[in-house]
Write a protein that binds this ligand. Structure first.
Ligand code: C2O
Ligand code: CU
Length: 486
């Protein structure tokens, strides 16, 4: 396997067999510690600039020992990780040598609109052979994916993504900091790429991959100090699949962050992780030689994703008492004068082709013009992306008043799950008609079938922001819209 990749993200490569009946772990936490108060004064990264070279091109790679796959990646380290301290700047020098245009979207980062990386909406696409510089400050700590925002079904399907880690939220250093990036691949029996999307998947729950991976490896084994408290960052960059992640066995574990944003350490059993969603866990490692296993329980038989092996002499950390993170930098929205809006996610009555007749008799294919699939299956407040009959950009689904606080009721009128993502802002999850989760910040909130969720946020970042389902094929077949903050 590719060694540089392993050192980059700290993952091993050994194979582990699928265990037959994994038992769920859960925390035995009686007293939970609150978050550490938000830090005052200068952020740790203030004044620092992290330069990153991202060079998108085809990099044939033998990922799974079944022959070379024509991956599209940003770097020779095929799953690049950029680390930057909170308050610092990322300056990403991007060069596109892919066969088609693209851009980079920095998912979950509250940045200025023109750095958001959405072709036609926030910038012109970066054509093959062209370069572009993304330069922005990172206001929040945590783990964030970055990916393209055009023909994403294929671009992300071929591996074009990376991770941005914003450091500086730890009140006490953990004994290890591990990352598991979850992604499936669509491969046929010969190990070649299958079509990245099929109508029957796109119009339902999604076109799932056939081969699971973590950190682009098959069931890797990571290592952490025996007896230590490990920070485990889990992130899905899959196009479609919702994993229900959990750990096997008698292991103490607490949830400490959602979508990178700290929450007071809380007991953890499982979490539904849709495309682009993240959670951070604090895991107490067992004795040397023993393992912690990470499963997807959302399958007829739980699927082993990765193993963490306990190594070394064995640390003595006393009773499990996970160190809290610093409170998020985002202020809790003040709900007293919040404006209420309902957003309904539904299927369209019929698949609408995105080809419209022009007055002169020719046909204009909106799919080419707007980087879309040529069919529409989904809608938000009955509008599809693009809105029927529009030659160019659809009108915003909602125009929000700058600096006002909004409560959105997200209504799922379909029998499928949809991870709903907002650009440029972060939601505060308030409540659901189906689940009782703790209040938490999230940029991608999973709507279960027929679920209604209330989220709040302050519309403090001006611009046109994408608001869409993160099942990429749902977004590209209609479940995508623009929110205007002005
Ligand atoms: Cu991670 Cu609009 O996307
Ligand atoms: Cu969806």
């Amino acid at each position: 396997m590719n060694l540089s990749r392993r050192t980059f993200i700290g993952a091993g490569a050994a194979l582990a067999a699928l265990s037959s009946s994994p038992l769920l772990a859960s925390a035995r936490l009686d007293t939970l510690r609150p978050l550490a108060p938000r830090r005052d004064g200068a952020l740790p990264g203030a004044g620092q600039v992290v330069e990153a070279q991202l060079h998108a091109k085809v990099r044939p790679t033998d990922l799974f020992g079944r022959g070379e796959l024509p991956l599209w990646t940003y770097h020779d380290d095929i799953l690049p990780v950029i680390r930057v301290p909170q308050g610092g700047r990322v300056r990403a020098h991007f060069k596109n040598d892919l066969p088609e245009h693209t851009s980079i979207h920095w998912h979950g980062i509250r940045l200025p609109n023109h750095m958001d990386g959405v072709p036609y909406v926030t910038q012109q696409p970066v054509e093959p052979g062209e370069a572009y510089v993304y330069d922005f400050e990172v206001p929040d700590t945590g783990l964030f994916p970055f990916h393209s925002h055009c023909n994403t079904v294929e671009q992300l399907g071929r591996g074009l993504a990376g991770a941005l880690v914003v450091t500086g939220d730890e009140t006490r250093t953990y004994d290890a900091d591990l990352m598991c990036v979850i992604k499936d691949w669509r491969l046929n029996a010969n190990g070649e790429f299958l079509d990245f999307m099929e109508d029957k998947g796109a119009s339902r729950g999604g076109t799932f991959g056939t081969h699971r991976s973590v950190n682009f490896e098959t069931v890797p084994t990571l290592e952490a100090p025996a007896g230590g408290d490990v920070r485990l960052r889990l992130m899905s960059i899959d196009n479609s699949r919702v994993n229900q992640v959990g750990l096997e066995g008698q292991v103490d574990v607490a949830l400490i962050a959602t979508d990178g944003q700290a929450i007071a350490p809380t007991s953890f059993k499982v979490w539904r992780l849709g495309s682009a969603m993240r959670i951070d866990l604090c895991v107490r490692m067992p004795k040397a030689g023993e393992t912690v296993k990470i499963y997807d329980y959302f399958a007829p038989e739980p699927v082993l994703l990765a193993t963490i092996k306990a190594t070394g002499p064995g640390l003595k950390r006393g009773d499990f008492d996970p160190a809290p993170l610093y409170a998020p930098t985002i202020q809790e929205p003040d709900l007293t004068n919040a404006i209420f809006k309902r957003v309904e996610f539904s299927a369209t009555a019929a698949a609408t082709p995105n080809v419209i007749a022009m007055p002169g008799g020719e046909e204009l294919n909106l799919a080419d013009a707007l980087c879309l699939n040529d069919k529409t299956f989904w809608a938000m407040n009955k509008q599809t992306w693009p809105e029927d009959g529009h030659e160019r950009m659809p009108a915003p689904i909602l125009t929000l008043k700058k600096d006002r606080t909004y409560v959105f009721e997200l209504v799922n009128a379909t029998p499928h799950m949809h991870p709903i993502h907002i650009h440029g802002h972060t939601f505060l999850y308030l409540k659901s008609n189906k689940r009782s989760l703790p209040k938490h910040f999230t940029d991608t909130v999973l709507l279960k079938p027929k679920e209604r969720i209330h989220v709040a946020f302050k519309a403090d970042n001006p611009g046109d922001w994408m608001f869409h389902c993160h099942i990429i094929e749902h977004a590209e077949t209609g479940m995508m819209s623009i929110l205007r903050v002005a």
